[in-house]
Ligand binder design. Sequence first.
Ligand code: 5GP
Length: 212
Amino acid sequence: MSGGLRIERRGVMLILSSPSGAGKTTLAERILAKDDHVFLSISATTRPPRPGEVHGKDYYFVSQEEFFRMRDAGQFLEWAFVFGNYYATPRADVFAMLLKGEDVLFDIDWQGAQQLDAVAGGDVVKVFILPPSRAELERRLRNRAQDPEEVVRARMAKADAEMSHWAEYDYVIVNYDLDESEEMIRSILMAERLRRRRQTGLASIVKEMMRE
Ligand code: 5GP
């Protein structure tokens, strides 16, 4: 995805939210793998790692004490309590990335989306991903088979609450097909990159064009 990137621009804070199991993480991975200008914001969490998850890649896995210490030191842009664990977006160098014209992708819940909107509204683009149906959502959660049964049940119970926030998002994608959904997110990202206010290098280019 190189088109539209020649002109100096401010990066996009691309937020992806969905109930667990709607395909959000897979979609995020696909976007990240194919686009050198999108970087994942790696969250801190007190949740224990699932098999295969890597510290510093999927999450920063921290103790509750460490989490509170970081929070109280102002190291988080937002934080939330989700399904019995704490999650937070590190402040780190999000805004430095945006200044360099790099996009930052956030795989966070509705609480995080609201908070980022409050602190950086002009940079934020919020995308909500819905599963094709409730039955399919449940099937996907069961297929995952890594969480204990009561966690699956708790997540199904929370899905309604999570999905009730769909109308707070700028874009909503029903994930019928991963390839199609990926293409839709790519299109959103491209359109948002091309917003006049994000193309910070545009004014001087146009000035040059209109010199005579
Ligand atoms: P999981 O434990 O399945 O990886 O994530 C559970 C939920 O927490 C998901 O909806 C995920 O998007 C959300 N989440 C992950 N990181 C953050 C974060 O930094 N902040 C917030 N608010 N939610 C997060």
